[in-house]
Design a protein around this ligand. Structure first.
Ligand code: PLP
Length: 441
């Protein structure tokens, strides 16, 4: 028996009640959830159900890079919807081809092919799949303090031929990435941290057995884990080590890509070329779900004559592709990536650093573009993380003052849409200043 539909009719006008009755929310125990109703948005502003206009310093899941309700993206989706709403992945389709070429041209030279997915997690799944099949090896090395997505065991549960080419020993091995503020290597400078983190990675590779390792997978800027900007030479060093052992390198640009760091891809600020790049979020700011894998030519050509055993019903979905095309074009026309760079350099960087000088419970400020972390501590000397209750209080102070802020453990993440103006960024930092004062920080 289904549920009583008349009950829906009675509460049809009440978003909150309907959501609480029927929506099972992600990453939460359900009982005490209290989701805020969002009605619409514009640029960096969101309108809540109670009528308040809120300044969004989160970009939701750090994905709405182009801001809310961008007219060119809405128009792109509408046009594609009128032409063709859906078509299977096997067909050639203009929006799909254009989206692939616009995405690929942001990657380093020699990356010409894009495999589209629905989001970031399945982008990484397919990046790892390609690396395993390319090398004939199983293990994937990735770092502690990273996030690559929330998919699991679907292909292992599969009961036909598609499971077999994907039936790996699933060796996932972790190592420590550089993070000078809480160095695992007792380093005191970025150079030392970089050198020691690289030596550590090479030891892990040697002990695991280089000929068992398919790829090293790294976020170009670990995002959810703390917006930890890697030292300048880190990726170059990882590239040298991976080449030495014939291991592929996968760069996860899901969160850091498409303008977030003030570069089209965060890897553009480093001197190296990986073998595979995964992307999602900012490619079309989540207006229609999409992600994908950009393959370097050798990886792509490996599958010229052998089957790539990966696929999705909605790979290259026309509406998602229409949204990618319109987003990419609008970002270029409106210099949105340059804007993110300038906001980071001239506004968020200096203003957040000034907050560090004023508030003793800020342990570190780090970031670039519109991708910043303010790490809160109980004590600057011990670096003991600030307690959860105070972190919650900070968020509540923001809500009262009209600012939406992302908080992860003891860190405040400042990640507004890339379209934010200098005035809006300043307004947000001023509110953050008041919030920290009100919370006794
Ligand atoms: N990779 C990174 C770096 C991410 O930040 C995320 C999501 O936050 C993912 C992958 C997973 O993306 P999705 O949630 O779109 O599957």
């Amino acid at each position: 028996m289904g549920h009583d539909l008349s009950q829906d009719a009675e509460i049809w006008d009440d978003a909150y009640k309907l959501n609480r009755a029927h929506v099972f929310h992600s990453w939460h125990a359900q009982r005490n959830l209290d989701p805020t109703e969002v009605v619409t948005g514009h640029g960096v502003w969101l309108k809540y159900g109670d009528g308040r206009e809120m300044l969004d310093f989160t970009s939701q899941q750090v994905n709405v890079n182009i801001g809310y309700q961008h007219p060119k993206v809405i128009e792109g989706i509408k046009k594609q919807a009128e032409l063709l709403c859906t078509v299977g992945p096997d067909y050639a389709n203009l929006a799909r081809g254009r989206a692939a070429s616009l995405v690929a041209r942001r990657a380093p030279e020699g990356f010409d092919k894009v495999f589209f997915t629905n989001a970031g997690a399945d982008a990484n799944e397919n990046a790892m799949r390609a690396a395993r099949l390319f090398t004939g090896r199983d293990k994937i090395l990735s770092s502690y303090r990273c996030y690559h997505g929330n998919t699991g065991a679907a292909i292992s549960a599969t009961g036909d031929w598609r499971r077999k080419p994907n039936d790996y020993s699933r060796g996932h091995v972790h190592f420590f990435p550089p993070y000078l503020y809480r160095s695992e290597f007792s380093a005191t400078t970025q150079e030392e941290e970089c050198e020691r983190a690289l030596a550590h990675l090479e030891h892990v590779i040697q002990f695991e057995g280089p000929d068992t390792i398919a790829a090293v997978l790294l976020e170009s800027v670990p995002g959810t884990a703390g917006i930890i900007i890697p030292p300048k030479d880190y990726f170059k060093g990882v590239r040298e080590i991976t080449k030495k052992y014939s291991i592929l390198m996968i760069t996860d640009e899901v969160m850091a890509g498409f303008g977030r760091t003030g570069f089209w891809f965060a890897l553009d600020d480093y001197d190296y070329t990986p073998d595979i790049i995964s992307f999602a979020k900012g490619c079309n700011s989540g207006y229609v779900p999409a992600g994908g894998v950009i393959m370097s030519d050798p990886v792509a050509h490996r599958f010229d004559d052998i089957v790539f055993p990966g696929g999705l019903t909605y790979s290259g979905h026309p509406l998602a592709m229409g949204a990618i095309v319109a987003t990419q074009e609008a970002m270029e026309e409106e210099h949105i990536v340059d804007n993110a760079y300038t906001i980071g350099k001239d506004v968020l960087g200096p203003q957040l650093t000034a907050l560090y000088d004023k508030h003793p419970k800020i342990g570190e400020v780090r970031g670039k573009g519109v991708f910043w972390a303010v790490e809160m501590v109980a004590d600057r000397t011990t670096k003991e993380p600030l307690d959860d209750a105070t972190m919650k209080q900070i968020v509540a102070e923001g809500d009262k003052r009209g600012l939406i802020l992302g908080v992860h453990n003891n860190r405040i993440h400042v990640t507004p849409p890339c379209v934010i103006s200098a005035d809006e960024a300043t307004q947000g930092v001023e509110i953050l200043d008041q919030m920290l004062t009100a919370a006794g920080c």
